[in-house]
Design a protein around this ligand. Structure first.
Ligand SMILES: Nc1ncnc2c1ncn2[C@@H]1O[C@H](COP(=O)(O)OP(=O)(O)OP(=O)(O)O)[C@@H](O)[C@H]1O
Ligand SMILES: [Mg+2]
Length: 345
């Protein structure tokens, strides 16, 4: 009983910023007992940035949950005959080639049954499952990196599921309103990619990564205004009266991102015959001038931000609350990773 793990670090090494949290399980629920963040000046400086962020955060716990993402990670939603857990793993091991664009030997495979929503589904002799395939070399490099940081890799998740886990906490907190069965889309817009995860209650229904994000918005400003990247980045994040100039420069990219997301909504709604009712934004680039308005216009549905700390008590004696609030929109993935402490015994 005394060996039960109480804290877990959620470490989100993004393409632009490192976000780290420490979550601690107490008898009253989850507490945020550590927080840190830092901008990564160049890809070569990633590890040094993470080291500095960890040091400055004062986080002592070494057990960490991290995530992978990108083109070497494939997530598929598949239908199979009803199987128990062992049979599911065995079937995925034997039949993965049918579903993924990689050679079976190149990837680590995991799968999980999706709990059915309707009684018809529950009575069916088929089940839905999520298949996750990650290129082994990416996974090994990632684990090596974590160990090089002096951390103990405890969970390796996928960005999109960490985002879903963070949103689940909100659902548990009862913040989710009347109809917990409705489909909502979580959309996280980072520096290099936009993650879409459609969920119904706590059930994952669809996910996709689009390789467009804040960096493309910065590049668009740099091109149009003949600025270097650093100047364009500053202008994008803090327009200081130049909102219209920024809005004009980023509009074509915002339209492109919104168009891609809308395609995913159309696909989901055709496939499931169920509407996506609301969109919940996160990720640093979701703060871009004109983004929310563009999404509302294109999607014709509510587009909102959300509080990933709704279910978590912040230990104000241990974290820099001002910095935390400033980076809140970027934190769902790290918090979703840290929330895996609930699965750890
Ligand atoms: N106030 C702001 N307005 C607009 N964009 C912002 C603002 N603050 C940060 N950004 C952008 O958000 C991005 C970083 O956000 P985030 O930390 O979510 O990305 P990341 O996780 O590092 O990237 P990825 O998920 O693609 O790996 C950068 O592109 C940055 O320019
Ligand atoms: Mg990210």
């Amino acid at each position: 009983m005394f060996s039960r793990q109480k804290s877990l670090v959620g470490l989100d090494i993004g393409n632009d910023e490192v976000k780290v949290v420490e979550l601690t399980r107490t008898s009253e629920g989850l507490e945020l007992t550590g927080f840190g963040w830092g901008k990564i000046p160049s890809p070569e400086e990633t590890l040094d940035t993470v080291k500095a962020v960890l040091r400055e955060s004062g986080i002592r716990c070494r057990k960490v949950a991290t995530s992978v993402s990108g083109r070497s990670v494939v997530v598929r939603y598949i239908t199979l005959p009803n199987l128990d857990d062992d049979e599911l793993q065995e079937t995925l091991r034997l039949e993965a080639d049918k579903y993924i664009p990689f050679d079976r030997d190149e990837v680590s495979i995991d799968g999980q049954k999706i709990e059915s929503h309707s009684e018809d589904d529950a009575a069916s002799d088929e089940m839905k499952s999520i298949l996750v395939a990650v290129k082994k070399d990416l996974l090994q490099d990632h684990i090596d990196q974590v160990q090089e940081l002096g951390l103990v890799p405890t969970v390796v998740d996928v960005d999109t599921f960490a985002l879903g886990n963070s949103f689940d906490l909100r659902t548990e907190a009862g913040v989710q309103d009347e109809d917990s069965d409705k489909a909502v889309a979580l959309v996280d817009i980072g520096a290099t990619k936009t993650n879409i995860h459609i969920v119904r209650g706590k059930t994952s229904c669809f996910s996709r990564e689009i390789y467009l994000g804040g960096k493309d918005l910065t590049d668009a400003i740099a091109r149009r205004e003949h600025l270097d990247e650093a100047e364009a980045e500053d202008l994008k994040c803090d327009p200081q009266g130049n909102e219209q100039m920024v809005a004009n420069a980023v509009q074509p990219i915002l339209d492109e991102i919104a168009g891609e997301i809308q395609l995913s909504f159309d696909y989901f709604e055709n496939q499931f015959d169920f509407p996506v009712e609301e969109v919940f934004l996160s990720g640093g680039a979701s703060q871009t001038v004109g983004l929310q308005e563009t999404f509302e216009r294109v999607f014709e549905r509510d587009v909102k931000t959300w509080d990933p700390l709704a279910m978590i008590k912040v230990r104000e004696d241990l974290v820099d609350v001002e910095a935390l609030q400033e980076h809140l929109v970027q934190l769902p993935v790290a918090l979703g990773l840290g929330s895996r402490i609930q699965d750890c015994v």
